[in-house]
Design a protein around this ligand. Sequence first.
Ligand code: CUA
Length: 365
Amino acid sequence: MSSSGRKLIPALALAFVAAFATGCAAENYPQSIFDPVTDLAVRVNDLFAGVFWWTMLVLAVVWIGLVFILIRYRDRPGAQPRKIYGSNIAEILWTLGPALIVISILVPTVRTIFYTYERPENPLLVEAVGHQWWWEFRYPELGVTTANQMHLPVDRPVEVRLSSADVIHNFWVPQLGGKRYNYPKPAMAPGEAEGKNYNVLYFTVDTPGEYLGQCAEFCGTSHAIMRMKVVAQEPEEFDAWVAAMKDTSRGLPAGVPAGPGAVQPVAQTEPASLEAEGYQVFMRAGCAACHAITGTPAMGVLGPNLTGLASRWSIGAGLMANTPENMARWIRNAPGLKPDAKMLTFPNLSDAEMDALVAYLYSLE
Ligand code: CUA
């Protein structure tokens, strides 16, 4: 080997180690499968690690053997190949070796697969419904629906029932566990028989935190902008979130009468506040045809439920930060920001109407 070649190998090895050392810090990768926070993700990660290190052992044995044979049995003057045709020992070794390797991978793999389908005791049911291109999260036992940001209590088993309103999507929050498909079937009503036609994920989150995920199956133009966040909270915080989401006194701004007056605001009366004015814009512009807000007559189901909108992390399923400026841009021309988004455009709202509408939406905490 030339002297430059001799220097190259340690240099490459160093570069390799450096790339690993700097590239693998979990906090730089919020969607890393190597930082699991559920029993499911831990099991899958352990399986991966086990197979990986056994594979490394096989690799080492093969390479050491290869190097040894290349040197020991290299071509030399007068060298004769040794014939081992018909050697029983060789036949047994190279049949038994691979068989043992396959079994050592098969057994833990099958055990893990079975584990992922074991329904835990008394899970919290969440229906995750994929839409082009956003996520709907329903809690049928709690009477709560939200979008793109799933709240979960820690230390309680969860059953995430996966379905889709249109095409095939794929639910993937790497720190919570592996991908699983959302097939286009209507989400099951509460109390219906066990969902044999639904893909499910069972897991228990063990660490409070925020975990990012995304749709992992190509589902159309804005597939890449179909993200989600899971907010895992202490049980008391989760209960407080549920209570806030169900609080029917929060949707209507002060000064808007409940009952029929909420649907058809009396035109002559001056709105009591900017929020009340914005609420009237919301009803007038037809937003309620697609969106629901708890505590108001708005009960549309085609678009995301807007209850608690102000506390979400993004607009447009991870498209952009949840700020009033971005919200105004989104309402004006959503498909211009997110290709083929089903949200309608509202180019004709006046600036004053938009200000009021956005003020109302951000009062929904
Ligand atoms: Cu939904 Cu990709």
